[in-house]
Ligand binder design. Structure first.
Ligand code: HEC
Length: 104
């Protein structure tokens, strides 16, 4: 009984470490920057090709919860491909958190 408890605590510690390990900035720069821009503002060229792409500003985030952002990233939308096969849920959560810190 006692050893099960210890194992549970260890598993929890490991998953917390993994969540902290997922680096939103690194993931964003590797997977998202080319369309969404380094600071969350897409370039004019990208905007021309994807008129629906939005700047990650306060108005954008006012319309979306964390869950909406994570769903949009996981499932994709329009010309944006889904990321659920490329990124683990904790990585999607980390990148969703990171885009809120951008200052476009
Ligand atoms: C190939 C270009 C491209 C890449 C790469 C890309 N996106 Fe997008 N993204 C788009 C476009 C275009 C839209 C607008 C889709 C629409 O509304 O039709 C969009 C929309 C979004 C939205 C809004 C979804 C909603 O709720 O309306 C979020 C959030 C987002 N992208 C985050 C990301 C993140 C995070 C990454 C990297 C993991 C990423 N995108 C990678 C092109 C891209």
């Amino acid at each position: 009984m006692r050893s099960f408890f210890v194992l549970g605590v260890l598993a929890l510690a490991a998953s917390t470490a993994a969540a902290q390990g997922a680096n939103g900035k690194t993931l964003y720069e590797a997977n998202c920057k080319k369309c969404h821009g380094v600071a969350g503002k897409p370039s004019d060229g990208i905007k021309k090709m994807n008129p629906k792409i939005e700047t990650f500003d306060a108005a954008f985030f006012a319309k979306r919860s964390d869950a909406d952002l994570e769903k949009g990233i996981a499932e994709g939308k329009g010309k944006m491909k889904p990321f659920h096969e490329k990124m683990k849920p904790d990585e999607i959560a980390a990148v969703a958190k990171y885009i809120r810190t951008l200052k476009p």
